[in-house]
Design a binder for this molecule. Structure first.
Ligand SMILES: *Cc1c(COP(=O)(O)O)cnc(C)c1O
Length: 507
């Protein structure tokens, strides 16, 4: 009897044949090209609430029957175009979220279509080599040693965590992997300026050290004070606790301040501490020849975090962790269960197994969008973009300084902070403090809802400020000028409403 079949007959509700894929893909790309062309002329965002959005999503329960892919993709495209905040808009300067290079969107489509698993070289031969090359280039760009270890992760928080975990492993004087913290309770200490991003709190919490392990060093002008750091380390050594790791920040999240990295590096050497640099935002600016030495000294770090989805303009998500000594990175994360290929020596020519370099097992192809973006711009192109972003922030700051209803406060890298101060309110009087906070809070709320431009806020020395961070290759001088007009217009409007309310007789 003859057995077996000669053709595939299985029906799949998820397959798309070549014609369907082509038709849906072409329609999607056409719509996205139109979106990218018109988006800069429309609003940054639309006012929305969870209650206004949920009814748009169709069935509340998982449907039993599937639907045709062409209709679903078309519907999802319109849903996203009509109800998103566009951080690619030339007037978006909130938080530290960049415009994404369109080549990154194409890279993600390509990467997902091929779908390599970058946990292991054998599952992703060319993709693993692309990640290895990308890591090397990021090191090269920022001036970090190119024979470092590193990998791409979801973002700055994860990249910082990787550096933190390696430092903790290396600087704990017993076998932390086997014994954990149970057997010997030496209290480890982590040193960070108060301006450090909140990842450090997650790091000590999730590592079992507890948030009391952080020694907050009071900053001076938003920068870590190395004398205060030394005093604290000395005091801790005297008390018999274990100074372990210092975090220096290359571009703080609030004001773009750069910690005195050379002095911190020196202290870490002197006391044998791990030197981790959070360059999630600012590290790419080290590529500029004119960058300050404080920033370039990130090359002295034991570990460095960089966010390609910030100042390398990659679409979310892409963070990058670099560790000076690749063996220490591997030691921290590598285990060898029998269902993985035999361990090879980690030479430059050996296949690389990225599951040994971080907490993830299966891994996506983040490297493709970063690699293609770096190739499209080249070093010169990137340096020009970053330099222009910084110049635009300077221009914004200068316009604020020139306006008698605006008060300029800080300028660091491409972040400017300022506030609206009406002509009839004194900025320095204690009595006007709460009023100016409330006024600027309301200006920000109206701006974020209004869609003309988008900034976020900072709180510096107790004052509530507007904060614009330009990591946006679409921003031009006219956009920056428009922000000044918008803040003054909103400021006058809110001030007139608030002062009328205050002047109104109490009923
Ligand atoms: C943005 C940022 C982070 C966090 O990075 P994510 O990519 O949002 O996880 C950490 N540190 C600094 C200095 C940052 O600017």
């Amino acid at each position: 009897m003859k057995s077996g079949t000669t053709a595939r007959t299985r029906e799949s509700p998820l397959e798309l044949d070549a014609d369907e894929f082509r038709a849906i893909g072409h329609a999607l790309i056409d719509r996205l090209a139109e979106f990218l062309e018109t988006m800069p002329n429309g609003p940054v965002t639309h006012d929305a609430s969870p209650a206004s959005l949920r009814p748009l999503l169709g069935p509340a329960h998982l449907p039993d029957q599937g639907e045709p892919a062409d209709r679903l993709v078309a519907e999802a495209t319109e849903l996203l175009i009509e109800h998103s905040l566009f951080n690619g808009h030339p007037r978006f300067w909130g938080f530290i979220t960049s415009s994404a290079a369109p080549i990154g969107a194409l890279a993600d489509l390509l990467g997902a279509a091929i779908n390599p698993n970058l946990g292991g070289w054998i599952l992703a031969p060319i993709a693993s080599e692309i990640e290895r090359r990308t890591i090397r280039w990021i090191a090269e760009l920022t001036g970090f040693p190119t024979d470092c270890g590193g990998l791409l992760v979801s973002g700055g928080n994860m990249a910082n965590l990787i550096g933190f975990w390696v430092g903790r492993r290396v600087k704990t004087p017993w076998n932390l992997r086997e014994s954990g913290y149970d057997e010997r309770r030496v209290t480890a200490r982590v040193y960070a300026s108060r301006e450090t991003h909140t990842w450090v709190e997650k790091a000590v919490d999730l590592s079992g050290l507890g948030t009391n392990a952080i020694r907050w060093i009071e900053p001076r002008h938003q920068r870590m004070d190395p004398d205060a750091l030394r005093r604290q380390i000395e005091a801790d050594r005297h008390d018999g606790v274990l100074p372990m790791l210092v975090v220096g920040t290359a571009g703080t999240v609030s004001t773009g301040a750069i910690d005195p990295l050379p002095e911190i590096a020196q202290l870490c050497r002197e006391y044998g501490l791990w030197f981790h640099v959070d360059g999630a935002y600012g590290a790419p600016a080290a590529a500029l020849p004119e960058s300050p030495d404080d920033l370039k000294a990130l090359s002295m770090a034991d570990s460095l975090a960089i966010d390609p989805h910030k100042w390398l303009y990659a679409p979310l998500e892409a963070g990058c962790a670099l560790v000076r000594d690749p063996a220490l990175l591997r030691d921290t994360f590598s285990f060898h269960p029998p269902y993985y290929p035999d361990q090879q020596e980690a030479t430059d020519d050996a296949p690389i197994y990225y599951h040994e370099f971080g907490p993830q097992n299966s891994r996506g192809f983040r490297a493709l969008k970063v690699w293609l973006g770096l190739r499209q711009a080249g070093r010169d192109g990137l340096v020009t973009l970053i330099r222009d972003d910084i110049a635009l922030a300077h221009r914004m700051f200068a316009l604020v300084e020139d306006h008698d209803e605006l008060e300029a406060v800080t300028l660091g890298l491409s972040i400017a902070t300022f506030r609206y101060v009406p002509r009839d309110v004194s900025p320095d009087a204690e009595s006007s403090r709460d009023y100016l906070d409330a006024l600027n809070r309301e200006i920000l709320e109206r701006m974020q809802k209004g869609g003309e431009a988008f900034v976020s806020n900072a709180v510096i020395e107790g004052r509530y400020l507007l904060r614009a961070c330009i990591v946006n290759f679409r921003t031009d001088a006219i956009d920056v000028e428009a922000l000044i007009d918008l803040v003054v217009r909103l400021g006058r409007e809110v001030h007139s409403e608030l002062s009328q309310r205050q002047a109104a007789p109490v009923p």
